[in-house]
Design a protein around this ligand. Structure first.
Ligand code: IPE
Ligand code: IPE
Ligand code: MG
Length: 250
């Protein structure tokens, strides 16, 4: 079977792809296994997508790995996920180095166990000079948490006279988000078929193209990524304008 890769237009690649990696639990359940088995098998998908995106020349990939709401899951699952994060960082550092991937995080990472914070810092320090692909892990992240944090920081700066309320616009607001200096994603992929955003990047996805696939995250591979990018390239992004305005007849 021909690959979607052959049909990708390299002049129209998204710069930034965000992914809601969902369906690990269902994947495990289908196999009669514990949920954590699904999370463990999610790592292959992360590796394949990271390598695939880097090869194509995508500059930013943001992965929703753990949401603010996920803290409410059973204690054993949360602990299992935190342990998996530490082990994965240690195991995959070679992949990050080989592919010149720079690792960043967004989210309330101060809430993560100390061992996670230390390993994240270690991996970020080791990869900070890489420029090929920036891989952003959203950990203890939610869009509302981020927007509230930005609002508090802005209020603080106005109070201290560092910022005038007249100067608050979209650009200044963006500077207070965890994603400042990162372009908004052009494409958001969600696996496992759920038709919702689940508190991800609420500000940043205002005009993002959505791609939802029934594939469960542990089964997702670079070929699925190519298909998502191809699908994105078939669309007309109008940003509120008309089709005629987007394609003027010369
Ligand atoms: C996504 O898979 C991983 C995390 C949210 C950490 P889920 O664990 O949500 O899997 P399902 O949705 O229950 O199948
Ligand atoms: C979203 O998945 C969060 C992550 C992928 C980390 P969830 O499985 O937590 O989302 P809901 O609960 O189905 O909305
Ligand atoms: Mg889920």
């Amino acid at each position: 079977m021909a690959s979607f890769k052959e049909h990708i237009d390299y002049n129209n690649l998204p710069q930034h792809i965000a992914v809601i990696m969902d369906g690990n639990g269902r994947w495990a359940k289908k196999k009669g296994a514990m949920r954590i088995f699904g999370h463990k098998n999610a790592i292959q998908a992360v590796r394949d997508v990271t390598e695939g995106a880097g090869e194509l020349g995508i500059k930013f990939v943001t992965l929703y790995a753990f949401s603010t709401e996920n803290w409410g899951r059973p204690k054993a699952e949360v602990e299992g996920l935190m342990e998996l994060l530490v082990n994965t960082l240690k195991q995959e550092i070679g992949t990050l180095m080989d592919n010149q991937v720079k690792l960043l995080t967004i989210g309330n990472t101060a809430h993560l166990p100390k061992e996670c914070q230390e390993n994240l810092q270690w991996a970020m320090d080791k990869t900070k000079h890489h420029t090929k692909l920036t891989l952003i892990l959203a950990l203890s992240y939610s869009g509302r948490w981020e927007i509230l944090n930005a609002t508090k920081a802005i209020a603080e700066d106005v109070k201290n006279g560092k910022l005038s309320s007249d100067d608050i616009n979209e650009k200044t607001f963006e500077n207070y988000l965890t994603t400042s200096n990162i372009p908004d994603p052009e494409l958001l992929i969600r696996t496992s078929g759920e038709l919702r955003i689940s508190n991800f990047l609420l500000w940043q996805i205002a005009y993002t193209e959505l791609y939802i696939t029934p594939t469960l995250w542990p089964d997702f591979r670079r070929e699925h990524l190519y298909e998502a990018i191809w699908s994105y390239q078939q669309r007309e992004r109008r940003f509120g304008k008309t089709s005629e305005q987007m394609n003027p007849v010369s």
